[in-house]
Structure formats: C-alpha cells, structure tokens
Design a binder for this molecule. Structure first.
Ligand SMILES: [Ca+2]
Ligand SMILES: [Ca+2]
Ligand SMILES: [Ca+2]
Ligand SMILES: [Ca+2]
Length: 343
C-alpha cells in the first residue's frame, strides 16, 4: 500500500464518494488488523498477543485451574484446543450469530461482546454504538476558533477561541500551548483564556510550527530551521537548519515514539513530509503528501493526521508521507492541530 495516490494525484476519487481500491479486513493476514482510517492492514501487537494466548500460553490467562494443558481436564481442553466448527471464524472466542452466538461480526476479531470499546471507526463491543462512552478527539484551530475533531465520526466542534495562532500543541501535563509568528501562548485552563508567555527573538521571523515531545521539550519550526523553545519563558535556541530545500509549511509534530515530523512547502508543488532529527535539526524528506498547505499535524491512535487550509482532514503515511483524504470540513480553514490529554 501507500501507492494509492501517487505524488501530485488529485484527491478527487475520494472526495467524489467513490472508494479507491483498498484492502479490506478480509485481506489482513495473521498478526495484522484492519485500520479503518488508513484503510489498510497494519501490524498488530495486540493480535500477536492474542494469537500467542490461544496458541498455548494459557498460563498467563485468568484461568486459575489446570494451567497444565496436558492434564486432560475438561475445563482446559476447551481453552487450549481450537475446534474449527465454522462458528468462530475470527477466533475471538465469540461464536457467530448464525451459530447462536453473540459475535456481531465473526470476520473481525476487534468486534465481540467481550471487547472494550476503543477509538476507531467500528463498534468494538457489539452494542450497536461506535465509540460510546470514550473521547476520541484532538484539538484543531482555525484563525480564531479552537475545535475538537473526532476523526472517526468526522465531526468538528467549536470549543473556544484562539488569539490568531499559527499552531498549537499539548504538553504531557495537559497544558495547551500556541504560537503566533512572534509569540508563545499558554492556555490558562482555570481562567479559560490564553495568556502570552513571551516574545521570540527577532531572528525567528515566521514561527508556524510547535511540537512538544513526551519529556515536555518544546520545538518551534520557522522557515528552514528548528528551534528548542523554553515553554516557561519563550526563550529559544537554534537546534539546526532542517535543510536549505525545506521550508516549514505550518506544523511539526512529535509522535508517540518521539519522532519529529514537519511539513515542508515548495512552490507549485504539494507539501512534503520531512523527518527531523531532534538533536541536530537535520531533515530527511520522506515524500510528497499529495496535499498543499498542510498547516496542522497531530499524532494519535497510531496514525498521523494532517489538516489543510482547505478544510481537509487527511492521514499521512509516516514512512512515505503519502496523504489520504478522510474528510473535508466545508467552509473551515485549518491552521494547527494538537493532541488532547485524553488521547
Ligand atoms: Ca468470533
Ligand atoms: Ca468478532
Ligand atoms: Ca460499541
Ligand atoms: Ca470503536
């Protein structure tokens, strides 16, 4: 995969409502799960664990009787030996409805009455509702309004204002920070308003990307350079030049593995995704996103999301940069994005 939309291709096939040729859940092999946002099979640690569990590592399970499978006790035989009678095709332990069971989807092990609901596009616990009782949103903002976006339900909800920010990000302690081209802001949750932390030095002329890593270190991208920013004072220090061919198009983001990504713009071309070394600032181009003016980036639920000035919500392949349209919010211009503490 990753070849769905070659560089420069239009997103029209998706926008038009027609589904591109994608893998389906049935294409996934053992050890993979079907990611409905990315529309492809992805490696699943969870799946691997489950396979192991059903493959004979029952000692780690809840079963306190007969940990020795060789004992031939009735209770453990059922646990240890999978009998393929066609009634549990996805081997999630729940029998299909056709066989009198309660598995609402016997071809998807992520859906079973025994599973907990989790953030994705499906009803995991078979109660008929998707993502009920859990919050699956990240922050995004337009020129003056802060929103939460649910990428699975594809809805945006206005939740506040922003003081003309270029980008935002969330500190591990939950505090939301934002940058204008020249200033650092912090959201004061108690007073429900943004307060200015400080002004950047004059050499930072176009701060438009803000990222905070898992240790709480702040980064600002401005033009072709990466800076470390002190979130308490707005003092900055040049880490390095990302590359002379790169120019920040509007955001940078640190994912769960603390990789720093930035979108870079080039004249008359779609943005590219750049992997940036947090120590040296040096950037490596991963590939074309296929979308322009990607002003917001955020990482969540094992995906990299992008937001454009055209109101588009996309996912980006973190290896190739390739963007895929998820939804277009008509009439909205996205500037920046940030994870929410809940995520
Ligand atoms: Ca099943
Ligand atoms: Ca199932
Ligand atoms: Ca549900
Ligand atoms: Ca779900």
């Amino acid at each position: 995969m990753g070849l769905l939309f070659m560089a420069g291709c239009s997103e029209d096939p998706v926008r038009g409502g027609g589904e591109p040729e994608v893998e389906g859940p049935e294409d996934c092999v053992a050890g993979e799960i079907y990611n409905t946002v990315l529309k492809r099979c992805v490696t699943s640690n969870l799946d691997a664990g489950r396979e192991d569990a059903s493959g004979g590592e029952d000692a780690s399970g809840e079963d306190t009787s007969g940990e020795d499978a060789s004992g031939g006790e009735d209770a453990s035989v059922e646990e240890d030996v999978f009998v393929d009678d066609g009634c549990d095709e996805d081997r999630d332990g729940a029998r299909s409805i056709a066989c009198g069971g309660a598995d609402c989807d016997d071809r998807d092990f992520r859906r079973s009455p025994d599973r907990a609901e989790s953030c994705d596009s499906i009803d995991n616990n078979c109660d008929g509702q998707v993502n009920e009782g859990i919050s699956c949103t990240f922050f995004a903002h337009s020129g003056d309004t802060l929103y939460t976006i649910d990428p699975f339900k594809r809805v945006a909800e206005a939740v506040g204002e922003v003081p003309g920010l270029q980008d935002i990000d969330t500190h591990p302690d939950g505090t939301l920070y934002g940058v204008t081209r020249e200033e650092l802001y912090r959201f004061d949750g108690a007073r429900r308003r943004w307060t200015m932390v400080g002004t950047f030095p004059a050499r930072i002329e176009d701060a438009n990307g803000l990222a905070i890593d898992s240790a709480g270190v702040g980064y600002v991208t401005s033009g072709d350079s990466l800076y470390e920013v002190d979130l308490g004072t707005a003092r900055t220090q040049l880490i390095g030049v990302v590359g002379e061919t790169f120019y920040s198009s509007g955001d940078c983001v640190v994912n769960k593995r603390d990789s720093l990504f930035m979108t870079s713009k080039a004249e008359d071309q779609p943005d590219t995704l750049v992997l940036v070394n947090r120590m040296t600032g040096e950037g490596v181009e991963l590939g074309s996103v296929g979308f322009s003016r990607v002003f917001g980036l955020t990482a969540g639920w094992d995906a990299l999301y992008g937001l454009t000035s055209e109101g588009q919500l996309i996912t980006l392949d973190s290896r190739t940069g390739q963007g895929t349209l998820v939804h277009t919010f008509e009439g909205l211009r996205w500037y920046g994005a940030a994870s929410t503490p809940a995520r």
